[in-house]
Design a protein around this ligand. Structure first.
Ligand SMILES: Nc1ncnc2c1ncn2[C@@H]1O[C@H](COP(=O)(O)OP(=O)(O)OP(=O)(O)O)[C@@H](O)[C@H]1O
Ligand SMILES: [Mg+2]
Length: 143
């Protein structure tokens, strides 16, 4: 099993956002982040922090792109946001070319429920796992 590179327990959504902002500082264009964790564990909240850290002017626009499959945020580095939750077949994502977006060397890609599109995710993707460990406590692990 791969070693955890970094882990933290946050006790509020704001703490998760603050942690993600720090992570965003070191992200290079071309990075793919796969967010794993149960419903409500904070995947979208974490991505909001990434967007803030990348200088997005209105991070409140960061919401799960459940019905449109994808959002593009114009941050310092373009940020693509996918949510595969409603995905039944990977072909749906193949059709919109998620693999091409994930291969974009000029953008950062965040994918919620990437497990559902596993075959399309590049091997170089970083995994971020969020776990509810109490009312508003989340264990966040970066692999
Ligand atoms: N420590 C915490 N970190 C992140 N979110 C927290 C924390 N404590 C409470 N919350 C709350 O939990 C919820 C997390 O929702 P969010 O939409 O980010 O989860 P999600 O993992 O994207 O869910 P889904 O699987 O439905 O997309 C928010 O309402 C947020 O305010
Ligand atoms: Mg979400």
């Amino acid at each position: 099993m791969k070693k955890t590179r970094q882990e933290i327990i946050t006790n509020s959504a704001d703490e998760t956002i603050a942690f993600a902002k720090k992570i965003a500082r070191n992200l290079k264009p071309g990075t793919v982040l796969c967010l794993e964790g149960d419903l409500g564990s904070g995947k979208t909240t974490f991505i909001k922090g990434i967007a803030e850290g990348l200088g997005l002017k209105h991070p409140e626009q960061v919401k799960s792109p459940t019905f449109v499959l994808m959002h593009v945020y114009k941050a310092r580095i373009p940020l693509y946001h996918f949510d595969c939750y409603r995905l039944d077949e990977t072909s749906e994502f193949e059709n919109i070319g998620i693999d091409e977006f994930m291969a974009d060397p000029h953008a950062i890609c965040c994918v919620e429920w990437a497990e559902k599109a596993a075959g399309l995710v590049p091997l170089t993707a970083r995994r971020i796992r969020l776990k509810i460990v109490g009312g508003s406590s989340r264990l966040i692990q970066i692999f």
